[in-house]
Each structure stands twice: as C-alpha cells, then as structure tokens.
Design a binder for this molecule. Sequence first.
Ligand code: SF4
Length: 352
Amino acid sequence: MIQRRPTTTVKIGPLPLGNGAPIVVQSMTKVPTTEIDLCVRQVEDLVRAGCGLVRIAVPRQADTAAFARIVQKVSVPLIADIHFSPARAIEAIEGGAAKIRLNPGNIKSREDIHRIIDAAKAHNVAIRIGVNEASIRDLTQEPVPLEERVDLMLAEMRQYVQLFEDCGFDRVVLSAKTSDALRTIKVNRRIAEAFRYPIHLGLTHAGLPEAARIPSAVALGTLLAEGIGDTIRVSAAGDPVIETHMAVEILLALGLRERRRPELVVCPTCGRTEIDVVKLARQVEEALRKIEKPCRVAVMGCVVNGPGEAADADFAICAAKDKAYFYRNGQRIATVPEAQLIPRLLEALASL
Ligand code: SF4
C-alpha cells in the first residue's frame, strides 16, 4: 500500500486534487480548439479512456471563445493552456476553465500575473504553476549544466510560489518538467519536500508512444511509488487516448487505481510451447475488450509450469498441442480443443 504524501486539497471544479484524493489522469486535446464538435468528441474519448481532467490549448481569442462553448458540452473539468498570454488566461477563466496552466516565467509583467490571480480568485479557478528546463535556459540566456538545473528549477518554483502566496492565492498545483526521467524524479522529490501543494507529474517531449512508454513509466512510477504526485500526464506524440492508456496502466501497476476491466497475463513462451501463444493471446485480448468486469485471465504456453504460474488467475488457458487445459481459480475444469477456446472463455466470463 503506497503512503501518499500529505498536501493541501485543491478543487479543480468539483474534483478534489491532493491529500489522498484519487490520482487524476489528464491529457490534452490535439485537434484545433475552434473545431468544437471534434474537440468535444476527443474530450469524451479521453474521459472513456480514463481521464478525469482534460487540457485544451487556447493560443488565440477564437480559441478561448470556442473553449467557453466546449466547457458547456463536456463531462469533465477543463484546463486552459494559455501559454504566453495574460489576455487568454483571463478570457479562459471567465469562459469556465476549472484550472489554467501558467508558466509565470512566460508572463513578463508582474501586473499581468496579479490580474490573472485576481480573476482566478473571483471565479474559483485553480492555477498550475509550471517550471521547466526550457524556461531555465530562457531565463539565464545561456546553457545550464545538467547538475545545476534541478537547483535552478527549485529556486524558480520558490519564487513563483512566494508570489502567489503574497497575493493570498493558494489554489495552486505545482509542476516541474524535464525531458529526462532521472532529473524529473530529482526535481519532483525536492518540490515535494519544499511545498505542501499537490503536484502534477509528467515528462516533456517524451517521444512517440513506443519511446515514451518506458521513460514515463520509470519517472512517474518511481515518484508515485514514493507517494509523490496527485495528477499525471504521459506525453506522447499522436493520439491522446494512447497516452491516457499508458498513464492508467502506470496507476494500475502500482495499485493506485482500481481495475475495472480484465487483466490479461501471458507467459513469455519458451521451448516447451507447442502452439502460437502470441496469436492465441491476441485473440483473447480481443475477446476481453467486450468484458467490463475486473478479472485476471492467463494464457500460458504449456501445462508444465503454466498451471502453477497462473494459479492466481480467475481463468487460465494452459496450452498443449491442438488443445488446452482450462482452469478456474487454479482448478482444472475442462480440456478444450484449440478452436473452441475463445467461445469457452467468453462463456466462462459471462458467469462471473
Ligand atoms: S508457462 Fe510454460 S511455455 Fe510459458 S514460459 Fe513458462 S515453461 Fe515456458
């Protein structure tokens, strides 16, 4: 059982973040914000995939106008990514954003930051304060050695937190991002030690999904296992539903999210295997897509070690030549010809 780090609780619309509240997966829409129907569809796809919050970029006034309409049509609180523009921040806050993402280093005037904070206070909107390695470089105007970056990011975060606290604003979530798994771990550990606000975890520019998967799982998984992190995003180029699935998998692997769908376990196969286990596992995976119940199904390549290794599965298929032994809760209940395996499994799952 992971002990979560105590933090303040920050409401993002109706959603509590921090202090033991369930860790929220978030992602970002990747269609033009002004394509309202497309954007709403993508938000709802992300919700079905497991997102509790969705971020939308609002670089132009037309986007904040569209954002205000999208807010009315979706089932989750929305975050506005306002980037450099105080005007976009205030329009998004007035248009129904539950949270805005702000890198104070990108807003040149203190007065503008104060105006944004005042608007957020007036509309009960949370603000994610972001620092990242790129902003450190922008501030110093010269390359910063790797070993100094974490210190500088922490110093920058201190300065911003102080600025918000001086304005009496504590509805903040902190985020410090790098593109490197180890530095992401280091900087977030330091931030968790220094502040009591909820933390948003993510790795920037993580790559294509297949490249993003492992660094994201290492960085986010390490921090989450230490109790650090209250909302997470896996960043990957392409379909945001894929990055959402990756984030959910990280939480499931750590027992930080309850499994609502079947889990498929497949043996790695070896010289004992007499059938195409991967093909069979793909067929089982496809069949399981229709099942909405949590359960564990194992596909094992032999009857030597398969039954023992799958003993804690609800259902196990242990393959022999042209047939398989079918197990339920570790007990062998049938011998099934290969062609009958999927219908037999679906029949068994229906009885759950
Ligand atoms: S379950 Fe059997 S086939 Fe699969 S890896 Fe273990 S010994 Fe090999």
